[in-house]
Each structure stands twice: as C-alpha cells, then as structure tokens.
Write a protein that binds this ligand. Structure first.
Ligand SMILES: Cc1cc2nc3c(=O)[nH]c(=O)nc-3n(C[C@H](O)[C@H](O)[C@H](O)COP(=O)(O)O)c2cc1C
Length: 323
C-alpha cells in the first residue's frame, strides 16, 4: 500500500526552472509544500547519467519525480529507480504539448489514449510502494468538452489512481508553442470543480493561473489541492504566505534569512563544481514587489556569469533592496 502524500499545495514541475537548486530554495521557505522535479524522460533515466537527471538534495523532501513517457516497461523501471533514489512519489506527464514530446507519443497527446495511461499507471503502481499520480490538461484539440475530460478520468481511474492534477486549460497539439499553450487556451476552472464532483473519491489538484493565497483558498473550496507554477517562480516568497495560511506549521523566517541560507548552499554547490550563474535564476524573484527589485535582479544577471565574480555578488545585489 503506497504511503500518502500531502497534495494541498504544490509547486508545478517546470522544465529548466524547478531544478534541484530551485527546489532547495523553495524548501527553505516552506516546509510543507510539495515540490516537483522538471519532467525527465524515461529513456534519459534508463540510458543516461541517472544522477545528473534525477539527483537531488535530501532537504527537498517531500519531492515528486515527474516522468515523460508511455512505454509501460520503461516507466515501471523508472519508478523502481525513483523509489531507490528516495522520491516520495512519481507523476506521469500527460500535459506537455511540445512537438518533441508528441513525437515520442507522450505528454498531452496521451489525453487521447486514456487506456494506455491507465495501463502505464497500473504497472507503475505495481512496481513500487510510492504513489503514482498523473498531471493532465482538461482536454486537447476538439476533445475539449467536460464529457471528454470525464471519460478520460473514468478510464484512467480503472488503474486505481488516487490523485490527478489538472491544468485547467486545454492544449492545442498543433499550431501553438508550449509557451502559448500555457496562456492562449482559456482557463476553465469549472471543469476541474465538476471533475471533483463526478469523481469524489479521487484527489483532484487544480493548476493554472493561480496567483495568490486568496485564489488558492477559493479553489480549495472545490478541490483537494492547488498547484502553482509561474507565480512561485516570479515570487518565491508567496510560498511563505501559502505555508502560513494553509498549513498547520507556521514559519517566521525573513527573506534575508532565506537568502543567507541559500548563499551557504550556493557556496557548497560551487565547491562541488557548479557554476555560480546556474544558481542565480531561482532567487531572482525573492524580493519581488520591493523597492530596488529591478536593480537586485540586473546586478545578479549581469555579474554572476563573469569569471571574476564570486559569491559576494549576492551581498552586492542585496544592497539595492531598500528594506
Ligand atoms: C518554463 C515552464 C516549464 C514547464 N515545464 C513543465 C514540465 O516539465 N512538466 C509539466 O507537467 N508542466 C510543465 N509546465 C507547466 C506547468 O507545470 C503548469 O502546468 C503551467 O505553468 C500552469 O500553471 P501556472 O499558471 O501556475 O504557471 C511548465 C511551465 C513553464 C512556465
């Protein structure tokens, strides 16, 4: 029996963004938010440098590995690897519409193959003791009615799946870039709410366009969890408010304390050979909305890649923030 996970609040998987450094930062701010890796394809894990793709810091728990794939055996083997690595759950990507992903027959195009998704989930569940979840869209192309979403969930639920994360907009498989597919199709939160009504035994997490604690609270009146992506990237401090408003454990750290701990982390990463400028992107939004924020950001972006720069760029940049 898989142990359960707290899906109340999570940070969305975001390719090139939610890497292990980003997750480390998020965990410094919120102890309870569920964190996700970027999508990693099954072949990358099985044939590549596994540590490079799915290595992480122990402090990140609870952390979910998101997989891209549709080969049942490969996915099951990846789940075994994930369990050995100590991941708390595995999530299957059924939402990415990129051409590359479609060519590999995974991501959002799997919304048209619910039986295959159910087979994958069933086998994945059988291979490990950690939860297997799915992140999907409300639909794709002309399969965009609520009935299509209900049929998808109904068929996938035959696998015994307990949790589904739904990005509340459909994806167009042709004609839009992945970025456009995250903003052009309209958000239809009512589909996700209705999915919860139709499938009360499945834990439903809503995703897409959630920007504040108030919005999160509104959604939680209808569904079991909220997943935020770009809002957290733009302003990681939002995690502090989500933690204090939605979880029992209250935190009292300041942005400066978080920065100090992140600098210590960066120092240890640099000693392991990580380049300073790779560590910068997750923290650019820490002072979002405060006076001096633009100068803080530009100082880091311009100076961190310079060969002469060292960890002191953080303190220099901090000097521009007026709090
Ligand atoms: C830069 C970027 C990369 C993304 N990469 C992934 C990914 O690897 N896997 C995935 O399921 N979704 C990915 N997404 C989609 C997000 O997980 C999320 O569904 C989407 O951004 C909507 O949520 P938001 O409005 O809160 O950002 C990505 C989004 C962004 C902005």
């Amino acid at each position: 029996m898989a142990k359960s996970l707290n899906n109340l609040v999570s940070v969305a998987p975001m390719l090139d963004w939610t890497d292990k450094h980003c997750r480390y930062l998020h965990r410094l701010i919120s102890p309870d938010t569920l964190l996700y890796t970027e999508m990693v394809t099954a072949p990358a894990i099985l044939r590549g440098d596994t540590d490079k793709y799915i290595g992480y810091n122990q402090q990140e728990h609870p952390v979910v590995l998101q997989l891209g794939g549709s080969d049942v055996d490969e996915l099951s083997r990846c789940c075994e690897v994930a369990e050995t690595y100590g991941y708390d759950a595995v999530n299957l990507n059924v939402g990415c519409p990129s051409d590359r992903v479609q060519k590999g027959r995974f991501g959002a195009c799997l919304m048209k193959e619910p039986e295959l998704v159910a087979d994958c989930v069933r086998q994945m569940q059988q291979s490990v003791n950690i939860p297997i979840t799915v992140k999907c869209r409300i639909g794709v192309d002309d399969k965009d009615k609520f009935e299509d979403l209900a049929e998808f969930i109904d068929k996938v639920s035959a696998s015994g799946i307990k949790t589904i994360i739904i990005h509340a907009r459909k994806a167009w498989l042709k004609g839009l870039s992945p970025k456009q597919n995250r903003s052009v199709p309209p958000l239809k939160y009512d589909y996700v709410y209705k999915a919860k009504e139709f499938f009360p035994d499945i834990e439903i997490v809503i995703n897409g366009g959630i920007n504040s604690v108030e919005e999160a609270k509104q959604h939680l009146m209808h569904v079991d969890g909220v997943m935020l992506g770009r809002a957290i990237w733009n302003s990681p401090w939002l995690l502090f408010n989500l933690q204090n408003e939605l979880f029992e454990t209250k935190v009292s750290c300041t942005r400066d304390q978080v920065l100090e701990k992140y600098i210590e982390y960066c120092q240890s990463q640099i000693e392991k050979g990580v380049k300073l400028h790779w560590l910068i992107p997750p923290i650019l939004g820490l002072f979002h909305g405060l006076p001096g924020n633009n100068k803080w950001k530009s100082h880091l972006v311009i100076n961190a890649p310079k060969r002469t720069s060292d960890i002191s760029v953080f303190a220099e940049a901090r000097g521009f923030i007026n709090i």
